[in-house]
Design a protein around this ligand. Sequence first.
Ligand code: ATP
Ligand code: MG
Length: 574
Amino acid sequence: MTDAKVYAVIHKTDAERAAAPDSEQAQYRPADLPDGGLNIAHEAVDRHVADGYGEQIAIRWLGRDGGRAEISYAQLALDAARFANVLNTHGLVRGDRLFALMGRVPALYAAALGTLKAGLSFTPMFAAFGPEPIRSRMEIGSASVLLTTAALYRRKIADWRHELPGLKRVLIIGEDVPEDCVGLDAAMVGAADDFATVPTRADEMALLHFTSGTTGKPKGAVHVHGAVVAHAETGRIALDLHPGDVYWCTADPGWVTGTSYGIISPLVNRTTMIVDEAEFDLERWYGILEREKVQVWYTAPTAIRMMMRAGKAAAQGYDFSALRFLSSVGEPLNAECVIWAMEVFGKPFHDNWWQTETGGIMIANTPAMDIKPGSMGKPLPGITAAVVETEGQTLRKLDAGEIGELALRAGWPSMMRAYLHEEQRYAKCFVDGWYLTGDLALRDRDGYYWFVGRADDLIKSSGHLIGPFEVESALIEHDAVAEAAVVGIPDETAGEVVKAYVTLNAGYSADEALERDIRGHARKRLGSAVAPREIVFRHSLPKTRSGKIMRRLLRARELGLPEGDISTLESDDA
Ligand code: ATP
Ligand code: MG
C-alpha cells in the first residue's frame, strides 16, 4: 500500500484524547422489561422518558420544502405506543413483519419504534425503489403489513398487492386512503396511549435488512433485539455520541446505516437527531450543518466526494464551528477526503467499516485514535479481527502487511442471525468460528486496517494483486478527477489489465490530452504495472441507492456479460 507512506498521521491532541469516550469500559446495561425481556423500542425512547428526559427533543425534522418539526422523546414514545396499538387492533402481533416504503418523515420513525414495541420486525425500504425490488423483498421477507403513502401504493404496489397472500394490511400515511387500505392518521387518533412493550427476547428477530446489492442479489440479514447493546456502545465509542448532542446521520433507513445509526443508536444514546427529508444538495447540507449546529455528523464517501467536486470555495462563509466529530462509512474513504475535511471543516473525517451483516460498526478511527488517512482504523473493543486466507474449512491468519480476507471472530451482539431463506449462503460465511466478510484488507504493524477491495473486485495483473481502492485513490488525487472506479479486464499477456472510469471536476473537459495526463499521473504514483491501461470519462458512475459504486456492472458491460441484479441501481449516466 502506498497510502501509508504518503500521508502523514493526523495526531489527536491530549485534550482530544482526554475528552474521548472510555472504550475500555463497556457502560451500556439494557433495562430489563418485566419477564426479563429486552426490546429496542424501550431502550430507545421509553427508558429516557422514565428517567425524566421526556421533554428533550429526539427528532428535529427538516422538511423538503422548508417545513420543520420538533418531536420530544415523550411525544415519540406516545406515537410509538399508539402505532403499536393500531397494529394490534388490526390483528398484527408479535412475530409479524412490517415493511415500510416511504420518505424520511417523523411518522416513519414513530412507526419503526412502535413496530418493535409490539414485537413485530421492521424492514425499511428506499421509497425510490421500483415495484419489482419492493415486491421481491416483501416476498422474501413474508411481509404481513406494509406502511406507505397513497401515491406510492397506487404507483408501485396496487397492481400486485393481492398476489401476496401473507400481506394482511396496508397502512397509508396521509389523506386519500385507497379502498383496500387502512388510513393510519385516523387510526392513530383513535388509538389508546398506553401500550405494554412486548418483552421480546434478546435473540428475537427485530429487523430484517437487505444488503446494498453491490456485488449481486441483495441478501436479507436478520437482526435481533439484543443488537441494541452494540448500537449503544458503538455509537458512544466510535461516533462519540453523548446525551444531548445534535447528531446528523445522512443515511436513509432503507440502507442499514440509516437504521442502526439513523434511528437506534442516536436514540439509545439520547441525542437530538436531525432528520432531513430531502436528498443531497450542497447548499442545503452546508446550511444544515451551520444552522442546526450539528455536533456529530455521520455521512458517506459519495457525499463527501460530491462536496469536494464543488470545490472548497463553495464551503466558504459557513460557520462549522459546532462540529465536533465527523465520520464516514459505506465505501472506502480516500485519504484525500480526510485531508480535505481538515481544510474545510477544521476536523478530519473518521472512517469506519461495517456491513449490513455485522449490524454495527466493527472497525473505526475512534475519537481517541490518531488517524491514518486512507485507513479504516482498528477493531473496536470487544471485536477480534484478522486478515486471513481460507482453504475449505481451514483458516490461516496472515501477518501484518499481507493482503487477505477480512474476518471477524463471530459472536458480537449485533451480528446477523441468518440470511433469510438462504441457509447455505449464511453457513458459507463462517469458517472455524470466524465470520468471513468478503472484503480484502491488510493490517499494518500498528494494527490499523486498510481496505483493499471487495474479494470479487481484486485484479490480478502480471503477477500483481491490485486492489481497486488504491488505484482509485491515486486517480482522485489528480486535480481533474472527482470520482473513479477501477475494474480488471482480461488480457492475453497480463491476465488482466486495469481499466478506470472517472468523472471530472467542474472546469475540465474530457479529451485525449487529459486522459494521457491522468494516466501519466497514475503511472508515476503507482508504477506502470498497476496504473490503468485505459481511462474512460463518464458523467457519473453506476451506484447503488446507498451510494456504492457498482464495479461489477462496469465489468459486466465491458465484457458483454449479463448485468445481473440491478434492483438497487440508482445513478447510471454514461
Ligand atoms: P452486497 O453485500 O449486497 O453486495 P454491500 O456489501 O455493498 O452489498 P452493505 O452491507 O450496505 O452492502 O455494505 C457493506 C460493504 O460496504 C462492506 O462489505 C464494504 O465492502 C463496504 N464498506 C463499508 N464501509 C467501508 C469502509 N469504511 N471502507 C471500505 N469499504 C467499506
Ligand atoms: Mg456485502
